[in-house]
Design a protein around this ligand. Sequence first.
Ligand code: SAM
Length: 506
Amino acid sequence: MMPANPTPPIPALFLDRMARLLGEEYAAFAAALEGQPVSGLRVNTLKLTPEEFQKISPIPLGERVEWCEAAFSLTPMLGASPGPSALSSTERGQAGTSPEGGGGIEPGKHPYHMAGLYYLQDPSAMAPAELLDPQPGERVLDLAAAPGGKTTALAALMQGRGLLVANEIKDKRVGHLAVNVERWGAGNVVITNENPERLADHFGPFFDRVLVDAPCSGEGMFRKDMGARRDWSEEMVAGCAIRQRNILRVAAKLVRPGGYLLYSTCTFAPEEDEQVISTLLDEFPEYEVWPLEGFPGFMRGRPDWMEQNKKLKARETLSGAVRLFPQRVNGEGHFACMLKRSEEADGVSGWNPDRLESPSNVQERLWLAFAGEVLKTGFEADRLRVRGERLYFIPENMPGFGNLRVVHPGVWLGTFKKERFEPAHPLALFLQPGQVQNVLDLSSTEEGVRSGRRRPPLQAYLGGESLPAEGTPGWTLVSVDGWPLGWGKRVQGVVKNHYPRGWQIY
Ligand code: SAM
């Protein structure tokens, strides 16, 4: 009988290509492809330090990831094998909330994950955000952002300050991005659902740094993504390269003079990597390759791998790019190249200040009443904006977005109802421990009444149940070991559950 889901082989043509490119190193590469995929855990430094997390981690942590201070590698689970994948080529390279690693605990389902204390990601996929090196207070664009692996890293590196626009073109994927950003609790992220052309038409050369983590053929994910193996063909590589050139061409218009553009993929194919950059350099002479500092094991960019170099003079500066390989680093495959736009380039951005409405007098009164009664922290009044019935806390120096499709213009604080204000889930995750008056703190290790029908209180809360708990009536922050998780409202000794239905996992 045939097995239900046979593991597809790695395409032979791909292996031939890699043998040709890698020469003597090919044997080590081929052996590494037979190994287990590597997973990593990046700590949310907006909430705690990696050292603090190490002390409370319920998951056995491996070594620190050399190129990402906030991250640890995770030991693959014994016996774990690559599974089938339903991901499309554009979705590859993202661990998201996968259950891999973690010595028996599913790290993607642990309450600390629900509290946004960490993000699960292939260590190699952590490199691009680090290499882009965004600074607090800057204007940064993540042009192809879903599901948010790199957005969350960028937000943490920016310490939640400045402006980070996280854009995703696909309607179906933008919701997942929003959930990951909300869980992260960053105060400087605007989520848009746009095509790159419309962003470039609106903003022009506005951003200090732009990340293009491009949709690709996913060769670097062959150990973990069986769909990538199945879909791969030379035609697909060629098709991806055309799309990548189109995206990068538009991205180049969004960078201010003197700003930086980082291009990354999770594939090895030079057609999708060095050659895409080379085309951009031909079309935009104001850009140059900005050599990236590598880490031990990173391979430099390979201008000698470009087909066209057989005819043309090699573009040696492309060696300033980096490529990560599983035989060289503890991670999957990735490519990154940084470009710098000349200070002298033309570029006056036509952006305007935001045009969102400030709260009306009535709304301000309702918000202040809520904040006075429930919160122990303040929000700058000049960053409060209303959209529909919702109140948002917008990033510093927020620009106008005109007719662009903005999914969230900042942190959704809550909704104005008749004569009252109701807090939203993202507000709970944005708050730090100690910033709310009434807290119901649940333990991540409490067993609960297992013999009866009741689940442990934490599981019950995350599963949507109300909890009996005496205390001050009104809005109550529910936390796990002190870390905010969501809202409840206490009425007559019962904390009514306000954990969003879509987030409930138990
Ligand atoms: N940066 C993400 C992360 O770290 O979680 C992963 C991005 S994934 C590799 C590439 C993204 O590009 C996908 O979300 C896909 O929907 C998006 N995409 C596909 N076609 C695009 C296009 N023409 N322009 C912009 N983005 C596109």
